[in-house]
Every structure is written in structure tokens, then in C-alpha cells.
Write a protein that binds this ligand. Structure first.
Ligand code: ADP
Ligand code: ADP
Length: 229
């Protein structure tokens, strides 16, 4: 499962000022859609609507054919995982930070998620238990390592739908490349929505929509859009 569909979505934070104008797209289960566009275009708003932080004014958003307006917050949270730009880590262990969001996860599951997220050897080398304090270690965690913890937290939830919200834009380019490899691996198995500024970072998405001032102004694969430039 995991098909995501926006159908003629109209939305404004203030009903007097519409931000998204008639936005429609479908991400088939297991595919990757990238949402690209300048700052203020409405990309994050699309992600927030998918999480139902806000209700839309008209149209419909559905996951696997089910209108998200009629599913519980709990099942929505289970269906969608997000890797944000800047994950907030708790002043607690790496294990706690990964396990947060999936109550009762076993040590072995946490370690497996850490491994899948390619968490740096020095973290894996530590006992992943609750005595590995991010409060002590956190000062030594690089941006890339924090992002790996964020990815592991999301992986442990194993959501059918993944949202990468400018997941690497805060990183230097070498770290960005490393994290991109990890993200591509985990995106392969599930529906993925990528929010990005630049076309060049989403070369292999199945579809790209270009958003400008709340409207989809172009859509296609990377090669089509580059040709149109
Ligand atoms: P992007 O992610 O493409 O940079 P956003 O979705 O964050 O764009 O913003 C789209 C528009 O919505 C912008 O005009 C922005 O000012 C406005 N906006 C974003 N968040 C809010 C909010 N919480 N309240 C009111 N307006 C908002
Ligand atoms: P930008 O620099 O354009 O704003 P970001 O780095 O903020 O882009 O966010 C887009 C992220 O999604 C990048 O890390 C990018 O590598 C990653 N990404 C691109 N294509 C895929 C894909 N097919 N699967 C998973 N992640 C991808």
C-alpha cells in the first residue's frame, strides 16, 4: 500500500488568502514524487496537509483511496514517516532517540534500524542502550550523524509513506552525498515524497512537480524538465 493522492486541493492558512490553488497529483504505491520550487511556493504546506496539521478548504487528500479527513490521527501517524531537515534530538541516549515514536521497540530492532541508516561506526560501537547519552555524545554528533539518527527513527516505524522534507539541505556536500545514498536505499521500498529546492537533487524521482506560488507549473521526469528549461 501507500498510494498518495491530492485531488483538486485548495488551501489557505487564512481562508481569505489561498496558498494552494487546485493542486492534484498521484504518487502510486512504492514510487517517488519530488516537489520542487522556490521558497514560499507551498512545498512544506503540502507536507503539512498530508499530516493533517491543517484541514483543506476543498478537494480531497487520500492514502490508499481513503480520505485522510476520515482516518484517526494515530493511523495517519503510523502511515507516514518524516525525515525533516533538522531533527530535534532529545537529551537522552541514541537508542532512546531512535526508539522514540515506537513504544516497546526491542534493543535488537533499534540496532537493526541504526544499521540500516548506516549510523556511524563510533555510534554503533557504543552500547546502543539507554546509557549512551546523546547529551554527552550529542556534542560530538555531526549534522550527518544526527540525520542518520533521524532516518533510523523513521525506519523503525517502517511507514508505507515517507516524506523527506529538505532532508539534506543543511549538510555539506560530501555528507549530503552519503545521506542521499542512505535515503535512496530506504526510499526504494516505499512511497516517497521529496521536498527539495533544486531539480539537480532529485534526478531519479519517478515524477517531479514544479510548484510556483501554489500552482503546479510543470510536471514530468527530470530529463523532460531539463529539456524544457
Ligand atoms: P515552501 O515550503 O515552498 O517554502 P511554504 O509551504 O512554507 O513554502 O509556504 C507557502 C506560503 O504559505 C508562503 O506564502 C508562506 O508565507 C505561507 N505560510 C506558510 N506557513 C504559514 C502559516 N503557518 N501561516 C500563514 N501563512 C503561512
Ligand atoms: P535541495 O538541496 O534541492 O533543497 P534537499 O537536499 O533539501 O534538496 O532535499 C532533497 C533530498 O532528497 C536530497 O537529499 C536528495 O538527495 C534526496 N533524494 C533525491 N532523490 C531521491 C530518491 N529517489 N530517493 C530518496 N531520496 C532522494
Amino acid at each position: 500500500g501507500g498510494e498518495v493522492r491530492f485531488d483538486h486541493v485548495r488551501f489557505g492558512y487564512d481562508p481569505e488568502r489561498e496558498i494552494l490553488h487546485d493542486v492534484s497529483f498521484t504518487v502510486p504505491a512504492g514510487r517517488t514524487l519530488a516537489i520542487v520550487g522556490p521558497s514560499g511556493a507551498g512545498k512544506s504546506t503540502i507536507a503539512r496537509i498530508l499530516f493533517r496539521f491543517y484541514d483543506i478548504q476543498s478537494g480531497q487528500v487520500s492514502i490508499d483511496g481513503q480520505n485522510i479527513a476520515s482516518v484517526t490521527q494515530a493511523s495517519l501517524r503510523a502511515a507516514i514517516g518524516i525525515v525533516p531537515q533538522d531533527m530535534v534530538l532529545f537529551n537522552d541516549t541514541v537508542g532512546y532517540n531512535i526508539g522514540y515514536g515506537r513504544e516497546g521497540a526491542s534493543q535488537a530492532e533499534i540496532e537493526a534500524a541504526a544499521k540500516a541508516a548506516s549510523i556511524h561506526d563510533f555510534i554503533l560501537g557504543l552500547p546502543m542502550g539507554y546509557d549512551t547519552r546523546v547529551g554527552e555524545r550529542g556534542l560530538k554528533l555531526s549534522g550527518g550523524e544526527k540525520q542518520r539518527v533521524a532516518i533510523a527513527r523513521t525506519l523503525l516505524k517502517d511507514p508505507p509513506v515517507l516524506v523527506l522534507d529538505e532532508a539534506t539541505s543543511a549538510l555539506d556536500s560530501r555528507t549530503e552525498n552519503e545521506i542521499q545514498d542512505v535515503l535512496r536505499n530506504i526510499a526504494r521500498k516505499r512511497t516517497t515524497l521529496i521536498v527539495a529546492h533544486r531539480l539537480s537533487t532529485v534526478v531519479d524521482a519517478d515524477e517531479i512537480i514544479v510548484l510556483d506560488q501554489g500552482r503546479i507549473v510543470e510536471r514530468g521526469r527530470h530529463a523532460d524538465l531539463v529539456r524544457a528549461d
